[in-house]
Design a protein around this ligand. Structure first.
Ligand code: GGG
Length: 352
Protein backbone atom coordinates (compact mmCIF):
# COMPACT_ATOMS: atom_id res chain seq x y z
CA UNK A 1 0.00 0.00 0.00
CA UNK A 2 1.14 3.56 -0.66
CA UNK A 3 0.24 6.38 1.74
CA UNK A 4 1.00 10.11 1.64
CA UNK A 5 1.39 11.23 5.24
CA UNK A 6 1.48 14.85 6.39
CA UNK A 7 3.83 15.26 9.35
CA UNK A 8 3.19 18.10 11.80
CA UNK A 9 5.71 17.87 14.61
CA UNK A 10 4.46 21.09 16.24
CA UNK A 11 6.15 22.48 19.34
CA UNK A 12 8.22 21.29 22.31
CA UNK A 13 8.71 17.52 22.30
CA UNK A 14 6.27 17.09 19.39
CA UNK A 15 8.90 16.83 16.61
CA UNK A 16 11.06 14.47 18.74
CA UNK A 17 8.29 11.93 19.37
CA UNK A 18 6.92 12.08 15.83
CA UNK A 19 10.44 11.36 14.51
CA UNK A 20 10.29 8.00 16.37
CA UNK A 21 6.96 7.16 14.70
CA UNK A 22 8.43 7.89 11.29
CA UNK A 23 11.38 5.64 12.13
CA UNK A 24 8.89 2.86 12.99
CA UNK A 25 6.90 3.49 9.81
CA UNK A 26 10.13 3.07 7.79
CA UNK A 27 10.51 -0.28 9.51
CA UNK A 28 6.88 -1.20 8.67
CA UNK A 29 7.57 -0.21 5.04
CA UNK A 30 10.58 -2.49 4.86
CA UNK A 31 9.07 -5.42 6.76
CA UNK A 32 5.69 -5.48 5.03
CA UNK A 33 6.57 -4.05 1.60
CA UNK A 34 4.62 -0.78 1.76
CA UNK A 35 5.62 2.70 0.63
CA UNK A 36 5.01 5.81 2.71
CA UNK A 37 5.76 9.39 1.66
CA UNK A 38 6.24 11.98 4.41
CA UNK A 39 5.84 15.75 3.97
CA UNK A 40 6.48 18.07 6.91
CA UNK A 41 4.68 21.35 7.67
CA UNK A 42 4.45 23.92 10.44
CA UNK A 43 1.73 24.31 13.08
CA UNK A 44 1.43 26.01 16.48
CA UNK A 45 3.97 28.31 18.11
CA UNK A 46 6.71 27.42 15.62
CA UNK A 47 4.35 28.38 12.77
CA UNK A 48 3.42 31.68 14.49
CA UNK A 49 7.10 32.55 14.86
CA UNK A 50 7.84 31.90 11.18
CA UNK A 51 4.62 33.07 9.52
CA UNK A 52 2.46 34.86 12.11
CA UNK A 53 -0.20 32.18 11.58
CA UNK A 54 -0.69 29.08 13.83
CA UNK A 55 -2.06 27.15 10.83
CA UNK A 56 -0.43 28.37 7.61
CA UNK A 57 -2.41 27.84 4.40
CA UNK A 58 0.21 25.41 3.06
CA UNK A 59 -0.14 23.24 6.19
CA UNK A 60 -3.91 23.01 5.81
CA UNK A 61 -3.61 22.24 2.09
CA UNK A 62 -1.01 19.54 2.77
CA UNK A 63 -3.26 17.84 5.36
CA UNK A 64 -6.30 18.07 3.08
CA UNK A 65 -4.36 16.48 0.22
CA UNK A 66 -2.70 13.72 2.26
CA UNK A 67 -4.11 10.31 3.18
CA UNK A 68 -3.50 10.99 6.88
CA UNK A 69 -1.77 13.39 9.25
CA UNK A 70 0.69 12.48 11.99
CA UNK A 71 0.71 15.23 14.58
CA UNK A 72 2.95 15.67 17.63
CA UNK A 73 1.96 18.35 20.10
CA UNK A 74 1.65 22.10 20.35
CA UNK A 75 1.74 24.89 22.87
CA UNK A 76 4.41 27.18 24.25
CA UNK A 77 4.69 28.99 27.61
CA UNK A 78 5.29 32.36 25.96
CA UNK A 79 1.67 32.33 24.74
CA UNK A 80 0.07 30.98 27.94
CA UNK A 81 -1.37 33.65 30.20
CA UNK A 82 0.03 36.35 27.92
CA UNK A 83 -2.51 39.19 27.79
CA UNK A 84 -0.68 40.74 24.83
CA UNK A 85 -0.92 37.63 22.64
CA UNK A 86 -3.15 38.15 19.60
CA UNK A 87 -2.92 34.55 18.38
CA UNK A 88 -2.35 31.25 20.18
CA UNK A 89 -0.75 27.96 19.06
CA UNK A 90 -3.91 26.05 20.05
CA UNK A 91 -5.95 28.03 17.51
CA UNK A 92 -3.99 26.20 14.80
CA UNK A 93 -5.01 22.78 16.08
CA UNK A 94 -8.65 23.75 16.60
CA UNK A 95 -8.87 25.21 13.10
CA UNK A 96 -7.22 22.12 11.60
CA UNK A 97 -9.70 19.80 13.36
CA UNK A 98 -12.61 21.94 12.14
CA UNK A 99 -11.35 22.28 8.55
CA UNK A 100 -10.76 18.52 8.27
CA UNK A 101 -14.09 17.89 10.04
CA UNK A 102 -12.44 15.54 12.53
CA UNK A 103 -15.48 15.11 14.73
CA UNK A 104 -14.44 12.05 16.77
CA UNK A 105 -11.32 11.80 18.89
CA UNK A 106 -10.83 8.18 19.89
CA UNK A 107 -8.64 7.79 22.97
CA UNK A 108 -7.96 4.23 24.23
CA UNK A 109 -6.92 3.87 27.88
CA UNK A 110 -5.28 0.49 28.44
CA UNK A 111 -3.23 -0.76 31.35
CA UNK A 112 -0.44 -2.92 29.97
CA UNK A 113 0.19 -5.98 32.22
CA UNK A 114 3.95 -5.27 32.39
CA UNK A 115 3.25 -1.70 33.52
CA UNK A 116 0.52 -2.35 36.12
CA UNK A 117 2.93 -1.34 38.90
CA UNK A 118 3.42 1.95 37.10
CA UNK A 119 -0.08 3.12 38.04
CA UNK A 120 -0.29 4.88 41.41
CA UNK A 121 -3.68 3.19 41.91
CA UNK A 122 -4.17 -0.27 43.51
CA UNK A 123 -3.28 -3.12 41.14
CA UNK A 124 -6.61 -4.83 41.80
CA UNK A 125 -8.60 -1.89 40.43
CA UNK A 126 -6.50 -1.03 37.37
CA UNK A 127 -5.22 -4.37 36.07
CA UNK A 128 -8.07 -5.14 33.64
CA UNK A 129 -8.60 -1.59 32.44
CA UNK A 130 -9.34 -1.44 28.73
CA UNK A 131 -11.62 1.46 27.92
CA UNK A 132 -11.93 3.89 25.05
CA UNK A 133 -13.06 7.48 25.18
CA UNK A 134 -15.02 8.88 22.23
CA UNK A 135 -14.49 12.62 22.62
CA UNK A 136 -16.58 14.89 20.36
CA UNK A 137 -13.91 17.06 18.73
CA UNK A 138 -15.39 19.71 16.48
CA UNK A 139 -18.11 21.36 18.57
CA UNK A 140 -19.07 22.46 22.05
CA UNK A 141 -17.47 25.15 24.18
CA UNK A 142 -14.18 24.97 22.25
CA UNK A 143 -15.91 26.43 19.19
CA UNK A 144 -18.76 28.58 20.60
CA UNK A 145 -18.77 32.38 20.48
CA UNK A 146 -16.19 33.93 22.82
CA UNK A 147 -16.02 37.46 24.07
CA UNK A 148 -14.29 39.68 26.56
CA UNK A 149 -16.08 42.85 27.68
CA UNK A 150 -14.53 46.24 26.88
CA UNK A 151 -13.59 46.83 30.53
CA UNK A 152 -12.16 43.26 30.54
CA UNK A 153 -14.18 42.45 33.68
CA UNK A 154 -16.35 39.78 32.15
CA UNK A 155 -15.84 37.05 29.58
CA UNK A 156 -18.11 34.57 27.81
CA UNK A 157 -17.62 31.15 26.22
CA UNK A 158 -20.69 29.65 24.61
CA UNK A 159 -21.36 25.92 24.44
CA UNK A 160 -23.57 24.82 21.55
CA UNK A 161 -24.31 21.34 20.23
CA UNK A 162 -26.64 20.25 17.47
CA UNK A 163 -28.49 16.95 17.23
CA UNK A 164 -26.49 16.14 14.07
CA UNK A 165 -23.15 16.67 15.83
CA UNK A 166 -24.15 14.42 18.73
CA UNK A 167 -25.69 11.81 16.47
CA UNK A 168 -22.65 11.13 14.26
CA UNK A 169 -20.22 10.44 17.11
CA UNK A 170 -22.86 8.46 19.01
CA UNK A 171 -23.19 6.02 16.11
CA UNK A 172 -19.39 5.57 16.04
CA UNK A 173 -19.30 4.92 19.79
CA UNK A 174 -22.10 2.33 19.67
CA UNK A 175 -20.54 0.57 16.66
CA UNK A 176 -17.26 0.38 18.55
CA UNK A 177 -19.00 -0.99 21.67
CA UNK A 178 -20.51 -3.77 19.54
CA UNK A 179 -17.03 -5.16 18.91
CA UNK A 180 -16.00 -4.71 22.57
CA UNK A 181 -17.75 -5.25 25.92
CA UNK A 182 -21.06 -3.84 24.61
CA UNK A 183 -21.42 -0.98 27.03
CA UNK A 184 -21.54 2.80 26.40
CA UNK A 185 -21.27 5.30 29.23
CA UNK A 186 -22.49 8.77 28.31
CA UNK A 187 -20.69 11.33 30.48
CA UNK A 188 -22.35 14.74 30.83
CA UNK A 189 -23.68 17.31 33.30
CA UNK A 190 -27.38 16.91 32.52
CA UNK A 191 -28.41 18.14 35.97
CA UNK A 192 -27.06 21.59 35.03
CA UNK A 193 -26.38 22.02 31.30
CA UNK A 194 -28.99 22.26 28.53
CA UNK A 195 -26.47 20.87 26.01
CA UNK A 196 -26.05 17.80 28.23
CA UNK A 197 -29.83 17.29 28.31
CA UNK A 198 -29.79 17.34 24.50
CA UNK A 199 -26.94 14.78 24.51
CA UNK A 200 -29.03 12.47 26.78
CA UNK A 201 -32.13 12.74 24.58
CA UNK A 202 -30.25 12.09 21.33
CA UNK A 203 -28.03 9.30 22.70
CA UNK A 204 -30.97 7.50 24.38
CA UNK A 205 -32.94 7.61 21.17
CA UNK A 206 -30.02 6.27 19.08
CA UNK A 207 -29.30 3.55 21.66
CA UNK A 208 -32.65 1.94 20.74
CA UNK A 209 -31.07 0.95 17.42
CA UNK A 210 -28.35 -0.94 19.31
CA UNK A 211 -30.35 -3.24 21.64
CA UNK A 212 -27.28 -5.42 22.19
CA UNK A 213 -25.38 -2.49 23.77
CA UNK A 214 -26.08 -1.29 27.33
CA UNK A 215 -26.25 2.47 27.82
CA UNK A 216 -25.52 4.11 31.16
CA UNK A 217 -25.46 7.86 31.84
CA UNK A 218 -23.12 9.41 34.43
CA UNK A 219 -22.57 13.00 35.51
CA UNK A 220 -18.99 14.11 34.86
CA UNK A 221 -18.23 14.55 38.59
CA UNK A 222 -19.35 10.99 39.36
CA UNK A 223 -17.63 9.60 36.24
CA UNK A 224 -14.32 11.16 37.35
CA UNK A 225 -14.60 9.34 40.70
CA UNK A 226 -15.75 6.01 39.21
CA UNK A 227 -12.94 6.07 36.65
CA UNK A 228 -10.39 6.15 39.46
CA UNK A 229 -12.20 3.67 41.75
CA UNK A 230 -13.32 1.13 39.14
CA UNK A 231 -11.68 1.88 35.77
CA UNK A 232 -12.18 -1.67 34.53
CA UNK A 233 -15.98 -1.23 34.78
CA UNK A 234 -15.86 1.09 31.75
CA UNK A 235 -15.93 0.06 28.12
CA UNK A 236 -16.82 2.93 25.74
CA UNK A 237 -17.09 6.43 27.20
CA UNK A 238 -18.98 8.90 25.02
CA UNK A 239 -18.65 12.56 25.89
CA UNK A 240 -18.28 16.12 24.66
CA UNK A 241 -15.17 18.04 23.68
CA UNK A 242 -14.24 19.53 27.05
CA UNK A 243 -15.17 16.60 29.34
CA UNK A 244 -13.38 14.20 26.96
CA UNK A 245 -10.16 16.20 27.13
CA UNK A 246 -10.15 16.23 30.92
CA UNK A 247 -11.24 12.59 31.42
CA UNK A 248 -8.58 11.25 29.06
CA UNK A 249 -5.80 13.06 30.92
CA UNK A 250 -7.17 11.42 34.06
CA UNK A 251 -7.08 8.11 32.17
CA UNK A 252 -3.34 8.55 31.70
CA UNK A 253 -2.90 8.36 35.49
CA UNK A 254 -4.61 4.96 35.44
CA UNK A 255 -2.30 3.82 32.62
CA UNK A 256 0.78 5.06 34.46
CA UNK A 257 2.04 7.95 32.32
CA UNK A 258 0.63 10.57 29.99
CA UNK A 259 3.43 9.55 27.66
CA UNK A 260 1.61 6.28 26.91
CA UNK A 261 -1.78 7.32 25.57
CA UNK A 262 -2.45 7.59 21.83
CA UNK A 263 -5.38 8.96 19.89
CA UNK A 264 -7.03 8.96 16.48
CA UNK A 265 -9.11 11.90 15.28
CA UNK A 266 -11.43 10.87 12.50
CA UNK A 267 -14.03 12.37 10.20
CA UNK A 268 -15.71 11.13 7.05
CA UNK A 269 -12.85 12.18 4.75
CA UNK A 270 -9.76 12.79 6.86
CA UNK A 271 -7.89 11.32 9.80
CA UNK A 272 -5.18 12.57 12.11
CA UNK A 273 -3.18 10.68 14.73
CA UNK A 274 -1.64 12.31 17.79
CA UNK A 275 -0.60 11.50 21.35
CA UNK A 276 -2.97 12.91 23.97
CA UNK A 277 -0.09 14.73 25.67
CA UNK A 278 0.93 18.30 25.05
CA UNK A 279 4.25 19.86 24.08
CA UNK A 280 6.03 19.45 27.49
CA UNK A 281 8.34 22.45 26.78
CA UNK A 282 10.65 21.72 29.75
CA UNK A 283 11.65 18.41 28.16
CA UNK A 284 12.30 19.78 24.66
CA UNK A 285 15.69 18.68 23.28
CA UNK A 286 16.56 16.62 26.40
CA UNK A 287 15.89 13.23 24.80
CA UNK A 288 13.65 12.20 27.73
CA UNK A 289 10.17 12.37 26.16
CA UNK A 290 8.30 9.07 25.97
CA UNK A 291 7.73 8.24 22.28
CA UNK A 292 5.22 5.45 22.98
CA UNK A 293 2.05 7.62 22.80
CA UNK A 294 3.12 8.83 19.35
CA UNK A 295 4.11 5.33 18.19
CA UNK A 296 0.80 3.85 19.39
CA UNK A 297 -1.03 6.70 17.60
CA UNK A 298 0.83 5.64 14.46
CA UNK A 299 -0.32 2.05 15.12
CA UNK A 300 -3.88 3.44 15.13
CA UNK A 301 -3.12 5.02 11.73
CA UNK A 302 -2.14 1.60 10.37
CA UNK A 303 -5.34 0.09 11.78
CA UNK A 304 -7.37 2.91 10.19
CA UNK A 305 -6.05 1.76 6.80
CA UNK A 306 -6.85 -1.88 7.65
CA UNK A 307 -3.18 -2.77 8.09
CA UNK A 308 -4.04 -4.82 11.16
CA UNK A 309 -1.10 -7.17 11.00
CA UNK A 310 1.26 -4.19 10.69
CA UNK A 311 -0.43 -2.39 13.59
CA UNK A 312 -0.22 -5.54 15.75
CA UNK A 313 3.51 -5.81 14.92
CA UNK A 314 4.07 -2.24 16.15
CA UNK A 315 2.15 -2.89 19.37
CA UNK A 316 4.09 -6.14 19.89
CA UNK A 317 7.38 -4.23 19.55
CA UNK A 318 6.16 -1.67 22.11
CA UNK A 319 5.22 -4.50 24.52
CA UNK A 320 8.68 -6.00 24.03
CA UNK A 321 10.25 -2.66 24.98
CA UNK A 322 8.17 -2.70 28.19
CA UNK A 323 9.12 -6.27 29.07
CA UNK A 324 12.84 -5.54 28.47
CA UNK A 325 12.53 -2.29 30.48
CA UNK A 326 13.67 -0.28 27.46
CA UNK A 327 11.57 2.68 28.61
CA UNK A 328 11.99 6.40 29.23
CA UNK A 329 12.39 7.83 32.77
CA UNK A 330 8.66 8.70 33.16
CA UNK A 331 8.09 4.91 33.28
CA UNK A 332 11.17 3.92 35.26
CA UNK A 333 12.87 6.75 37.16
CA UNK A 334 16.27 5.05 37.03
CA UNK A 335 16.09 4.37 33.28
CA UNK A 336 19.08 5.49 31.25
CA UNK A 337 17.22 5.14 27.96
CA UNK A 338 16.15 8.21 26.03
CA UNK A 339 13.56 9.00 23.35
CA UNK A 340 15.82 8.01 20.45
CA UNK A 341 17.02 4.75 21.98
CA UNK A 342 13.47 3.62 22.81
CA UNK A 343 12.34 4.63 19.29
CA UNK A 344 15.23 2.68 17.73
CA UNK A 345 14.48 -0.40 19.86
CA UNK A 346 10.81 -0.41 18.87
CA UNK A 347 11.59 0.21 15.17
CA UNK A 348 14.18 -2.61 15.17
CA UNK A 349 11.70 -5.06 16.72
CA UNK A 350 8.84 -4.62 14.27
CA UNK A 351 8.57 -8.08 12.76
CA UNK A 352 6.19 -9.99 10.55
N1 GGG B 1 -1.07 16.28 21.18
C1 GGG B 1 -2.09 17.03 21.79
C2 GGG B 1 -1.77 18.49 21.98
O1 GGG B 1 -0.78 18.98 21.53
N2 GGG B 1 -2.66 19.17 22.67
C3 GGG B 1 -2.50 20.55 22.90
C4 GGG B 1 -3.81 21.25 23.13
O2 GGG B 1 -3.82 22.29 23.72
N3 GGG B 1 -4.91 20.70 22.64
C5 GGG B 1 -6.18 21.24 22.82
C6 GGG B 1 -7.14 20.16 23.16
O3 GGG B 1 -7.16 19.15 22.50
O4 GGG B 1 -7.92 20.28 24.11
Amino acid sequence: MHLNIAVLGGDGIGPEVVAQSIKCLRSVEETFGHSFTFKKALIGASAIKKTGNPLPKETLELCKNSDATLFGALGSPEFDDNPKAKVWPEQGLLKLRKELDLFANIRPVKVFPSLVKQSPLPKISVQNTDLVIFRELSGGIYYGDKSLSKDQNSATDTCTYTEAEISRITHLAFKSARSRKKKVTLVDKANVLETSRLWRRVVRSISESYPDVVLECLFIDNAAVQMILNPSDFDVILTDNMFGDILSDQGSVIAGSIGLLPSASVGLEHAMFEPIHGSFPDAKGKNIANPVASILSMAMLLQHFKMNEESDAVVAAVLKSFSKKIVTPDILGSSKYGTNYVGDFIADNIME
